[in-house]
Design a protein around this ligand. Structure first.
Ligand SMILES: NC(=O)c1ccc[n+]([C@@H]2O[C@H](COP(=O)([O-])OP(=O)(O)OC[C@H]3O[C@@H](n4cnc5c(N)ncnc54)[C@H](OP(=O)(O)O)[C@@H]3O)[C@@H](O)[C@H]2O)c1
Ligand SMILES: *[C@@H]1O[C@H](CO)[C@@H](O)[C@H](O)[C@H]1NC(C)=O
Ligand SMILES: CC(=O)N[C@H]1CO[C@H](CO)[C@@H](O)[C@@H]1O
Length: 360
């Protein structure tokens, strides 16, 4: 017998449109997904007041209506009287702050949006206490750390079954993985930090302003999520030391272009750090760390021996090493940690897990 769920999708950007394509081509035997709402952008949405599903093959061309406000959207979704999954593909904080209301209304959430889980601790607590109530929606957010890599699911399983996590250490930014993998290698190289940042930008690996990667905040958000899952109640992603790779003097220059133009003036310092590490048989990597024994969280440049798994990382891959009571030799998860396809598959896999639990 086929069971079904309703789906509402907010956003059709890079991840959103990859998600829609994957969902449109999904071949599940006993589960049907009816997309009853699709916000194509922050302005326009596709939906029918009689809940007739949106066609995921033609959504780009269909005439749209203005988007529903978040309260109107909740009323619309609840009015269908079916189990519903909301897919939030945006990085919008207002939508994230609305998660507790969606969940209380019985709407489940699958999302790659980090904001809800890595902002104030209060928001995290509001979400997960709402999710514990009778009739509440479920929350899955595997793609908020390491894109589609299985990190959050396995970590939650360890905690749930009574393992004690001791340390989590990893490379959580695809952009900074690429930059350090190119810059600091077990083979001698003279390549300048600023040249690699410029190349990364021209390849589209960075945010439009590379400082949004170099400030470490994205990594801090991911580390906040992993710490909280492990039972360490981090107050916010700015409540612990985060090393910024932006020289102080360049924090406030007006444009990304001016920043890149002046960055070479600051190459010497990080080059020295790299050379010192190299002479000790080490490479530099930009890492996030959670130390549950000493209640410490940090984001910083770390040094790793040439034969350490972090030293042989490829391309823009992410890696995480989880050391626990049961895994004294750390559990290591590694692979592509950015990109539309892998992120969208993480979100779709979450949506399927939710559907398996709530569809009727
Ligand atoms: N593309 C990926 O590989 C990937 C992987 C894992 C998770 N995600 C998450 O999936 C959601 C959608 O991603 P997308 O790649 O499809 O996004 P998108 O809108 O196509 O934009 C690409 C990038 O723009 C950034 N961005 C969007 N709004 C921004 C704002 N108001 N201020 C500053 N930066 C902004 C996002 O950075 P931020 O990532 O810093 O938000 C994202 O990396 C986001 O929540 C994103 O964080 C994306
Ligand atoms: C975020 O979403 C809300 C609700 O849809 C919208 O009103 C707001 O303009 C969005 N903010 C940004 C920065 O896109
Ligand atoms: C973040 C992303 O994938 N991009 C789209 C998500 O949805 C918003 C509107 O809700 C679009 O404006 C983004 O382009």
């Amino acid at each position: 017998m086929t069971r079904s769920v309703n789906v509402a999708i907010i956003g059709s950007g890079v991840v959103g449109s990859a998600f829609i394509t994957q969902l449109a081509n999904l071949q599940t035997k006993n589960l049907a997904f009816n997309t009853i709402y699709l916000a194509r952008s922050s302005k326009e949405a596709l939906y029918n007041t009689d809940y007739k599903p949106v066609d995921l093959f033609t959504y780009k061309q269909e005439p749209a209506k203005p988007v529903l406000g978040l309260d109107e959207l909740t009323t619309f979704l609840v009015g269908a009287h079916r189990p519903t999954i909301l897919i939030d593909n945006t990085s919008n904080e207002t939508i994230a702050n609305h998660y507790p209301q969606f969940i209380k209304a019985g709407i489940s959430i699958a999302t790659p949006n980090k904001k809800a889980f890595s902002s104030a601790l209060q928001t995290w607590n509001d979400i997960f206490s709402a999710a514990e109530q009778d009739g509440a929606g479920l929350v899955y957010h595997e793609s908020t750390v390491g894109a589609g890599l299985p990190i959050i699911g396995p970590l939650k399983d360890l905690v749930l079954t009574g393992d004690r996590v001791e340390t989590i250490e990893g490379i959580f930014s695809g952009t900074l993985s690429y930059i350090f993998n190119q810059f600091s290698t077990p083979e001698a190289s003279k390549v300048a930090f600023s040249d690699i940042v410029t190349t990364a930008k021209s390849l589209g690996y960075t945010e439009p302003d590379p400082r949004d990667d170099l400030n470490g905040l994205d990594v801090a958000r991911k580390v906040t999520i992993l710490a909280r899952i492990s039972g360490f109640e981090v107050e916010s992603p700015t409540s612990f030391p985060v090393e910024s790779l932006i020289p102080k003097e360049l924090e406030s220059v007006a444009s990304a272009d001016e920043f890149l133009q002046k960055l070479p003036e600051f190459d010497a310092q990080i080059q020295q750090l790299k050379d010192d590490a190299f002479n000790n048989g080490q490479v530099l990597r930009f890492v996030g760390k959670v130390d549950l024994k000493n209640n410490k969280v940090s984001v910083e440049i770390g040094k790793y021996p040439f034969d350490h798994p972090f030293a042989s990382l490829k391309g823009s891959d992410n890696v995480v090493a989880i050391k626990s009571h049961r895994y004294p030799n750390p559990l290591i998860i590694q692979g592509a940690g950015a990109g539309a396809e892998v992120t969208a598959h993480g979100v779709l896999a979450d949506a399927i897990k939710i559907a398996e639990r709530i569809a009727n």
